[in-house]
Design a protein around this ligand. Structure first.
Ligand code: ZN
Length: 260
C-alpha cells in the first residue's frame, strides 16, 4: 500500500525570524518531507500543507485522503480553528495516524486527542540532549543505537501532563539535569498517535540522521492498520435504542439480548 502522508507546518517562524530562516530557509515542512522521502521513497506520496494556505492547508478532500498527518506548530496554535482540530480528531478515530512534533504538544488536535493539559517544563539554553531508547523492540526504534545525542536543543522536562502513554519508546536526559518522555504512542479509536519531542526551530535537529529515521519509523508505525469501518459513537447509539431506558432498571442481560 502506498502511504499518503501530509506534513503540516505552521510556517510562521521561518518567515519572520532570520535565525530560523537560516536553518530552515524553505520551511521546516520541506525538510521533514525530504527526510520522509529519503526513507520511504516510492512507498509513500508525501504532500505538505501550511497554516496560511486556504482552509489552513487542510481542506476536507486532503484530510480524507491522508493516511498519516505530521504536525509541527509553535506560536500560532490559537489560529487553528476548533473545527479543524475536531476534523483531525475525527480522522484519527477513523484510523488516520497523527505524529505530533516538538511544540505540537500544545496544538489543538494533540490536546483534543490527549484530553489533558499537555504542559511541561522548558528552557531554551541550547543544551545537549541524550535520547535513550527504552523500548528497543518497538518499530519506532528500528535501526537506532542504544542512545543518540543532539548537541544543541531546547529542553523539555517532566512533569509532562499527558495521559500515561500506551508505549514509551524514548526517554531524554538533558545536560541541565531534566528528563522527559520524548517518544510516546497512544491509540485513539482506530488511529495511532505518536509524540516525538525534538525539533526546536532554531536548531538543525531535523537534518540529523537518527532524528530523520525516527520520523520515518513513526510515520510507518502510525499508518492505518485496518480497513474495517469505524462508526463514531455507534456503541452509545445502539444502547439508546435498547428498551432499558423505557423499562427502567431491570434484567440488563435480557434486554441486551433483545436489542438486535
Ligand atoms: Zn521549541
Amino acid at each position: 500500500m502506498t502511504l499518503r502522508i501530509t506534513v503540516w507546518n505552521e510556517f510562521r517562524h521561518e518567515l519572520e525570524k532570520a535565525n530560523v530562516k537560516a536553518v530552515y530557509p524553505e520551511g521546516i515542512h520541506v525538510v521533514l518531507a525530504t527526510a520522509l522521502r529519503e526513507h520511504l521513497a516510492d512507498a509513500a506520496i508525501i504532500r505538505t500543507a501550511t497554516l496560511d494556505e486556504p482552509e489552513q492547508g487542510l481542506p476536507d478532500d486532503l484530510l480524507a485522503t491522508t493516511d498519516v498527518l505530521v504536525w509541527w506548530a509553535h506560536k500560532a496554535h490559537a489560529v487553528v480553528p476548533d473545527t479543524l482540530a475536531e476534523r483531525v480528531q475525527k480522522r484519527v478515530l477513523e484510523g488516520m495516524g497523527f505524529v505530533a512534533l516538538h511544540s505540537a504538544h500544545y496544538s489543538k488536535p494533540f490536546m483534543r486527542l490527549m484530553g489533558t493539559g499537555c504542559g511541561l517544563k522548558w528552557r531554551d539554553a541550547g543544551e545537549l540532549e541524550r535520547l535513550y531508547v527504552v523500548n528497543p523492540g518497538h518499530p519506532i526504534a528500528d535501526g537506532l543505537p542504544e542512545f543518540f545525542e543532539i548537541p544543541h536543543e531546547e529542553m523539555y522536562g517532566e512533569c509532562f501532563d499527558i495521559p500515561t502513554p500506551d508505549e514509551l519508546v524514548m526517554l531524554s536526559w538533558f545536560q541541565g539535569g531534566n528528563v522527559f518522555r520524548s517518544c510516546c504512542t497512544w491509540r485513539r479509536g482506530k488511529g495511532r498517535v505518536v509524540y516525538f519531542r525534538p525539533g526546536h526551530e532554531t536548531f538543525p535537529t531535523y537534518y540529523q540522521p537518527e532524528v530523520r529515521r525516527v520520523l520515518a519509523n513513526s510515520v510507518r508505525y502510525a499508518a492505518p492498520q485496518s480497513s474495517s469501518p469505524y462508526a463514531l459513537g455507534s456503541p452509545w447509539e445502539s444502547r439508546s435504542k435498547s428498551p432499558i431506558d423505557a423499562a427502567g432498571a431491570g434484567d440488563l442481560s435480557l434486554h441486551e439480548t433483545t436489542d438486535k
